[in-house]
Ligand binder design. Structure first.
Ligand code: HEM
Length: 407
């Protein structure tokens, strides 16, 4: 596939703002997406383990992790849409070709995701008191975790096939016979997928430190449970660090020839340093984990490490497509649209900021309150402001639409 062909597949309308904006936002939102995915996977795995334990602490943890997984899957899905939008804007020749080559799986992705989501909720509905009662219909949760991994695998294949334009013709017309069915997942790297999935062990460990610190803020919290959580989080962090380094090294050792430059690049060193720093950080903090906001610090550092890993993943794609295939994602034709660009950032900062601040404050405070939670007058005002801003946003959306249509 020569560069001219790849450029011909671009959207002739161009992009509405500088492509670097899409590139950077793609990395940042993907890091958030994968963080939520990893919390979801780790929390589901801990739930499966804890739900069958006779140990009261494990059962309590299972109940908490089930709630975490339930929310994390929604967050992962919502935050998956953002990188989906950005990748298809600046890498459309690659993303769409990859999607069309495996079209049935792209459609199946939604169905499998719905099934996984329903299985998780069925388990949740059938186990209203997991902390005290034996787990019912456990296979629902195992099925959910399995299907979530299939969903992740489909996303992995779509991302990976993008990087192999030299294979596209062979996949589309094997032995010269066109196969338009889109029924095959053609290109994948088990080691790359394993690396991103196994990172969830370290991520859920970081999450447990934060969970423990959060519980410490509650009055009369069970000290025995808090003491039990700490070594578990440390053990998981150690295991997560080892798994991340081992699976990462395997991925690098199995890179195809055209990508081997990546294995010794500064991107990989930066990622390794960030991941190892995250793995050792809780040990370094020691007793400080119980003080102030330090208990949340491992998760914050983990989030930074995931951004570094996300940037490295993007560098692998950007450089490979540019140096091997002559495609520069940053030289996309710009057809500047100030309105949509400003609207995007204002929505993100103002609407996103206010609504999220309200929801997170309510969730945080209610979780630390025993009995019925009543928000303060200031929080209620923030809630009303959120609703007002949402209404305003919808009104301006239709108003500008009608204005453009009537012009
Ligand atoms: C819930 C289960 C999910 C799992 C386990 C999962 C996992 C993953 C993994 C492992 C990758 C990295 C693949 C690689 O680079 O090799 C990835 C990428 C991606 N995921 Fe997800 N994902 C899930 C759901 C979703 C959903 C629901 C969406 C969209 C609505 C989504 C959108 C994306 C996109 C767009 C990428 C690629 C971004 C890029 O290449 O720039 N994912 N996902």
């Amino acid at each position: 596939m020569d560069a001219a062909m790849l450029y011909a597949l671009r959207d002739p309308a161009g992009v509405p703002a500088h492509p670097v904006i899409f590139l950077v936002l793609g990395v940042l939102t993907w890091a958030l997406h994968i963080a939520a995915v990893q919390v979801m996977l780790g929390a589901s795995a801990l739930t499966i383990f804890g739900a069958f334990s006779r140990d009261a602490h494990w059962r309590r943890l299972a109940a908490a992790m089930l709630s975490t997984a339930k929310v994390a899957v929604s967050v992962a899905i919502v935050l998956g849409v953002a990188p989906l939008l950005f990748v298809q804007v600046i890498y459309d020749p690659f993303w769409y070709t990859s999607n069309v080559l495996s079209a049935r799986w792209v459609i199946g992705f939604i169905i499998i995701l719905i099934a996984a989501y329903l299985a998780l909720y069925t388990f949740y509905a059938r186990n209203p008191d997991l902390a005290r009662q034996p787990a019912r219909s456990p296979w629902h949760l195992m099925l959910s975790l399995g299907l979530m991994l299939v969903v992740g695998w489909i996303m992995h294949v779509l991302s990976y096939q993008m990087l192999l334009p030299e294979e596209w013709m062979g996949w589309y017309a094997p032995n010269g016979q066109i196969d338009p069915s889109g029924s095959t997942l053609h290109g994948y790297s088990v080691t790359r997928f394993a690396f991103f999935i196994l990172l969830s062990v370290a991520v859920i460990a970081a999450w447990l430190f934060a969970y423990r610190r959060y519980l410490m803020g509650r009055a009369d919290e069970d000290a025995g449970y808090l003491a039990w959580l700490l070594p578990l989080a440390h053990k998981l962090m150690l295991a997560g660090g080892v798994l991340a380094v081992a699976s990462g090294a395997l991925w690098l050792a199995t890179l195809p020839d055209k990508m081997t430059w990546f294995a010794t690049s500064a991107w990989v060193w930066a990622s390794a340093v960030a991941l190892l720093a995250t793995a050792f950080f809780p040990r370094l903090l020691g007793n400080k984990l119980d003080q102030g906001v330090w208990g949340y610090a491992p998760f914050a550092l983990g989030a930074v490490a995931l951004i570094v890993v996300g940037a490295a993943r993007e560098a692998l794609r950007f450089v490979t497509l540019m140096s091997v295939h002559g495609y520069n994602a940053l030289d996309y034709k710009i057809n500047l649209d100030w309105y949509s660009t400003v609207l995007f950032f204002v929505t993100f900062a103002v609407l996103g900021g206010v609504v999220l601040a309200y929801l997170l404050t309510v969730a945080w405070q209610s979780g630390q309150t025993k009995g019925i939670y009543t928000p303060s007058a200031a929080i209620t005002r923030l809630g009303n402001l959120s609703i007002g801003l949402l209404v305003l946003w919808v009104v301006q959306f239709f108003a500008i639409g009608f204005y453009v249509w009537a012009r």
